[in-house]
Design a protein around this ligand. Sequence first.
Ligand SMILES: Cc1cn([C@H]2C[C@H](O)[C@@H](COP(=O)(O)OP(=O)(O)O[C@H]3O[C@@H](C)C(=O)[C@@H](O)[C@H]3O)O2)c(=O)[nH]c1=O
Length: 190
Amino acid sequence: MGKLTITKTPLAGILLVVPQYFKDSRGFFVESYNKKDFSHAGITDEFVQDNHSKSQKGVLRGLHYQYPHAQGKLVRVLKGSIYDVAVDIRIGSPTYGKPFAVTLRENDPAMLYIPVGFAHGFLALEDDTEVMYKVTDLYYPSGDAGLLWNDPDLNIPWPLDIIGIKEPILSEKDTKHPILSELRSPFTYV
Ligand SMILES: Cc1cn([C@H]2C[C@H](O)[C@@H](COP(=O)(O)OP(=O)(O)O[C@H]3O[C@@H](C)C(=O)[C@@H](O)[C@H]3O)O2)c(=O)[nH]c1=O
């Protein structure tokens, strides 16, 4: 059992979660999820699916949400690094349309907890970047939805120049999401 440090961010509900990191001459050990400690710290969601993806440098996945069957997410990086972004799409939220971003990387136990009501995406900053995330509902392709990654209204400072690329590598689907002003968000702020 390790110590769990949870830090609030400027977007209510989005949390930085840092489990205790035990490093020794063999490498490291970390409890990446512990139901009891997470519940005590206020993350009471039940995670029902684990996702694992690998991306080359410059791949941008997002910004995604699912509805119905909305998913809370707990995101971490196994290999490489990502610029991870959550955008508040809860109607009535004081931070509606605002992004929060953090760099998550290998050999660093920091994770991002994103509750229901946010669109999520990330840019892989290195080749062979592997991301693993727990989600609170199963995948329903019919509920797959998103927001356009480069919507000027979101003004997300994706670090493309820092990794030396002009345009990210996107799925066909991710080029076609609506912008914030066209979004009919199903989420409300409570
Ligand atoms: C997300 C997902 C995809 N798939 C399949 C569908 C498709 O053929 C293939 C790739 O799917 P996608 O292109 O949607 O994968 P990807 O672009 O990586 O989608 C993911 O992006 C990040 C940012 C998220 O937050 C996730 O919730 C999810 O939306 O994998 C599943 O079988 N289960 C799943 O849970």
